[in-house]
Structure formats: structure tokens, C-alpha cells
Write a protein that binds this ligand. Structure first.
Ligand SMILES: Nc1nc2c(ncn2[C@@H]2O[C@H](COP(=O)(O)OP(=O)(O)OP(=O)(O)O)[C@@H](O)[C@H]2O)c(=O)[nH]1
Ligand SMILES: [Mg+2]
Length: 508
């Protein structure tokens, strides 16, 4: 008989949270509509401030820190009644391993553990089973599902998280066997996104993705209900497998569709504002740098270091969901923008890929892609490939120049780091902690930015003073300016946009 493979590493410290999966369809709809994530996220372990202010962190964790809850001794001030509903989530992870190698499957499960921790769960154990295809009925084979049930009981776990997307019927069947709530990787990621989205657009996009995920799953709850009505005793059924009757489901479904249509309309309305900002940047010819990379690679830390922006840095996956754009100056005083983006992960739920396409489009417009790779990670090359795979889908990214940033060099093994540097020739190793490599990175970015190349001599009327500051920001003076009667005389290298603006201004 095939044996389980157990992950050797200890995978987590304990965290607290609310139930990650709704007990009924009703509850789920209410949760999503109230904008409440269904699992808590907290990062009490990280308090470093070297990467810049992390002012959002307090905000994000304000209602979530529950240290001392077990003893009741050290409850924080300001903790309100909501905490009474907080339940410690103790999870067991399971995955199956078919055509991949065992170590890939283990990595995937470790990543799932990190995701579960980010959602605030305590990971008790992780198991992978070798089988070619998932069992159509219970995902795991029947025997293994029963073994899992025993393990869950022994550990007093209250949730099983499966490392792939389950069909609604598989989820229910597995729940029936293990006797606790079962959620899949997709639901987990959606949950984290729901917690972390901050902007109105981000929230709307996540809600839309959650409803899209939920819609086909309402039927599952309904069927389970009729099964029970058909004489089965509810005894062994899991929490999530009961639900409202068919009529209620129809109502819910209609409500969800109406809500989704409204969200789509809202999102469509938000698009133009962003598009306008973007075309404004294009018009003024300010070059742009987009920071991309796998989740938790250190993107926000780097942005903070390079620009002094107070972007949330957290040892959690998907800490950043909303793009942040900052203005930076080169050593010569030319201006460019730098934007943070949402991190990537393998098997990103399709609903979310669609939802975040607009966010990624920001990366598609960039002149330079700063691709951050955690050089201390076990499989940095695999992460680079996963990011490239997603970027290939985003129009425009192929034209941008890419700089691979090997981050967290203070943690990496020097031998691994050297191997990575030779594997990725255009790469710079940096540490936000020690500051190593940041200077080199700055000059690499400056070299990669488009340079002003058009030489121009002109006199700018005093009424067009803003053009002069644009020359300072985006061009390069070749001689000191001269103040003449008709205006300011300049001899400079300028960009194409600037050249046409100057021609227009000086034509009249
Ligand atoms: N030791 C060390 N830790 C770092 C360094 N850079 C980032 N970190 C840590 O790595 C974790 C993730 O950093 P973030 O900057 O939030 O990563 P991110 O890529 O923006 O993550 P998401 O927004 O979640 O996708 C945090 O705990 C940081 O403190 C570094 O150079 N050295
Ligand atoms: Mg971030």
C-alpha cells in the first residue's frame, strides 16, 4: 500500500482567527458582502522598521491581534466583541503528487503552509499522497481519506486544506469522511486577498472573484440539503455541507448575479480614472519602473528603500494588493516613477488572474521591470519561471527591460547567490537589511531607463515656466540656462514628448 509522505519541517507557529469557510451559503454571501475576510491574518513576529514606515500594518492588524487570548491575561486594549467569535483554526494540509517530483510537491505544500499561516491558521501537519490523478469522488482515495480522518481526530484539527482546486462535490464528499471543514487552495487565496485589499477597486475586484468562486458551489450546498431531506442523518456531515433549500439557493443565486453585475459596472467605471493617470504619465514622458516578483520576495521593502515610501512590509503572502506609485529622481535629477505590484503565486485562482489583470497592466506599461527574486528561497529559479509565465500573458511586458534583483542577499548562501548571478546575467544582489547592492541597483536602473536623446536649443517664454521644470525632470541640460528678454534660453537633451511640447510652446 502506498504510504503518506509527511513534511518533515515544522511548519508554523500558532495564530488565531475566524472560521475560514462559511457554514452556509447564506453566511458566505453575507461575509463577502460585508467585505470581511473569512480568516484572520496577523504577523506579530515582525516588527522591523528598517524597510521604512509600515503604517498600514497597524491598521490591518488592529482588529486581528489576539495574543493572550488563551490565558485571557494580556488581551489588548481596543479588542472588541468580535473576538468572542474568533476561533483558533488548526489545520492539516493535504496534497497529491502526480506527474511532478516529490520535492516539487513538498515545496508546493510548504507554500500552502505559508498561505495558511498568512490567513492566520496554525498548521499542525502536512501530508502528500502519490497518485496519478485525484479521486473523482473524495480527491484522496477512500482509504487515505479515512486515514486523514483519524489524523484529524488525533490532532483535534478543525480544518483540512487541500492543495488544489476541488470540485464542489469532492469537497463535500471529503468533508463527510473527515468530519471537519475542508477548504481548497483557491478559497484560501481568495480569503487572503479579501483581507488585504485596500483600495475601492481592489476590494471590488476581490469580491467579484469570490462571488464567481461561490456561484457554482451553491448547488453543492443545495444537493447536500436534499440528500439530508431524503432521509440521511446529518450526523457525519461536515459543517460546510449543509445549506439552505433550493428556493433559498435560487434567491441567493439571483442576489449574487445582481451583485456581480453591479461590481462589474463599478470596476468598469474605475478603469478610466486609472487610464487617465497612466496616459498623463505617458504624455509627460516620465519613465516608469514596475517592481514585480513572487509573493513575499521583498518587493515592498525594496520600494521603500529606494523611494522612502511607507509601503506595508510584512512577512506574509500577498501583503501588497494595491499598486503604489512613487516618484524617484536619478542621480542626475531626472524623474521616474516606481510602482509596487501584487505578488505572484503558482496556481493563482483564475478568477483572480482576471480580476488583477488591470493591476498587472501597470507592469505592462513600464519601461523597466524590476523583477525581485528571494535569493534565500529554496527554489528561486522556479519562482522566476512562474513569474515569467504570468508576465507573458500581460501585453507590453516583453518590450520592457528586465532587471533581476536577487533580494535578501544577507540570508542567502553565498554559493547559491553566485550561481544565481551567473544564471541571470543582468542581475543585482541586494539586501534591504544591510543596504548591500542598493547603490549598484540604483545605477543599473538609471542605465536601463530610456534616456533623453534629442538635442535641442530653444527659448522658452517666461509664461511657460512649467516646461523648464520638465526639462529639469526629464531632460538633461548641456549648458547653463540663460535668462534673456524673450524667455529662458536652453540647450538640452530632451525626450520625444518634451520635444513636441517645446515645439508647440515656442511656435506661437
Ligand atoms: N533578511 C531580510 N529580510 C527581508 C529583506 N527584504 C525583505 N525582507 C523580509 O521579507 C518579508 C517580505 O517582504 P515584503 O517587502 O513585504 O515582500 P513583498 O514582495 O512586497 O510581499 P507581498 O506584497 O506579500 O507579495 C518581510 O518580512 C521583510 O522584512 C532583506 O533584504 N533581508
Ligand atoms: Mg508587498
Amino acid at each position: 500500500m502506498r504510504k503518506w509522505i509527511r513534511l518533515k519541517e515544522h511548519m508554523t507557529q500558532s495564530q488565531h482567527n475566524t472560521p475560514a469557510s462559511p457554514a452556509t451559503a447564506h453566511g458566505a454571501v453575507a461575509d463577502i458582502r460585508s467585505g470581511r475576510g473569512t480568516a484572520l491574518q496577523a504577523d506579530p513576529a515582525y516588527f522591523g522598521d528598517w524597510a521604512g514606515d509600515s503604517f498600514q500594518r497597524d491598521e490591518r492588524t488592529a482588529l486581528q491581534r489576539v495574543e493572550g487570548l488563551e490565558t485571557g491575561a494580556e488581551r489588548e486594549e481596543g479588542v472588541d466583541i468580535e473576538y468572542r467569535q474568533v476561533r483558533l483554526e488548526r489545520v492539516v494540509l493535504v496534497g497529491i503528487w502526480g506527474d511532478s517530483t516529490q520535492s516539487q510537491a513538498e515545496d508546493s505544500l510548504r507554500e500552502l503552509a505559508a498561505l495558511a499561516e498568512t490567513a492566520g491558521s496554525e498548521v499542525l501537519d502536512g501530508l502528500i499522497q502519490h497518485r496519478d490523478t485525484p479521486d473523482p469522488s473524495t480527491y484522496l482515495g477512500k482509504g487515505k481519506a479515512h486515514e486523514l480522518a483519524d489524523l484529524v481526530a488525533t490532532l483535534s484539527a478543525d480544518t483540512v486544506i487541500v492543495d488544489s482546486e476541488l470540485a464542489p462535490s469532492q469537497r463535500r464528499a471529503l468533508e463527510d469522511v473527515v468530519g471537519v471543514k475542508v477548504i481548497d487552495r483557491t478559497a484560501l487565496i481568495l480569503d487572503i486577498f479579501a483581507r488585504h485589499a485596500k483600495s475601492r477597486e481592489g476590494k471590488a475586484q476581490v469580491e467579484l472573484a469570490q462571488l464567481e468562486y461561490l456561484l457554482p458551489r451553491l448547488r453543492g450546498w443545495g444537493e447536500s440539503m436534499s440528500r439530508q431531506a431524503g432521509g440521511r442523518v446529518a450526523g457525519g456531515a461536515g459543517i460546510g455541507s449543509r445549506g439552505p433549500g433550493e428556493t433559498q439557493i435560487e434567491l441567493d443565486r439571483r442576489r449574487i448575479r445582481t451583485r456581480m453585475a453591479k461590481l462589474r459596472r463599478d470596476i468598469a467605471k474605475m478603469g478610466p480614472a486609472r487610464e487617465q493617470q497612466r496616459s498623463e504619465r505617458r504624455r509627460t514622458g516620465v519613465p516608469s519602473v514596475a517592481v514585480v516578483g513572487y509573493t513575499n520576495a521583498g518587493k515592498s521593502s525594496l520600494l521603500n528603500k529606494l523611494t522612502g515610501a511607507g509601503v506595508l512590509v510584512e512577512n506574509a503572502l500577498f501583503a501588497t494588493l494595491d499598486p503604489t506609485v512613487r516618484r524617484v529622481k536619478t542621480s542626475e535629477g531626472r524623474e521616474y516613477t516606481m510602482s509596487d505590484t501584487v505578488g505572484f503565486v503558482r496556481q493563482l485562482p483564475t478568477q483572480l488572474v482576471e480580476a488583477f489583470r488591470s493591476t498587472l497592466e501597470e507592469a505592462g506599461e513600464a519601461d523597466v521591470l524590476l523583477h525581485v527574486v528571494d535569493s534565500s528561497h529554496e527554489d528561486p529559479v522556479g519562482q522566476v519561471e512562474a513569474v515569467h509565465e504570468v508576465l507573458r500573458e500581460v501585453p507590453g511586458t516583453a518590450e520592457a527591460r528586465e532587471i533581476i534583483v536577487l533580494s535578501k542577499s544577507d540570508l542567502a548562501d553565498p554559493v547559491d547567490l553566485a550561481a544565481l548571478r551567473s544564471r541571470f546575467p543582468r542581475s543585482v544582489a541586494v539586501s534591504c537589511l544591510t543596504g548591500e547592492g542598493l547603490g549598484e541597483l540604483r545605477s543599473t536602473i538609471e542605465e536601463a531607463l530610456p534616456h533623453p536623446t534629442i538635442e535641442m536649443t530653444t527659448v522658452i517664454p517666461y509664461t511657460d515656466g512649467s516646461l523648464l521644470s520638465r526639462i529639469h525632470d526629464a531632460g538633461k541640460l548641456l549648458e547653463p540656462v540663460q535668462y534673456r528678454e524673450e524667455g529662458t534660453w536652453v540647450h538640452a537633451l530632451v525626450t520625444q514628448e518634451l520635444e513636441s511640447a517645446l515645439r508647440e510652446a515656442t511656435a506661437q
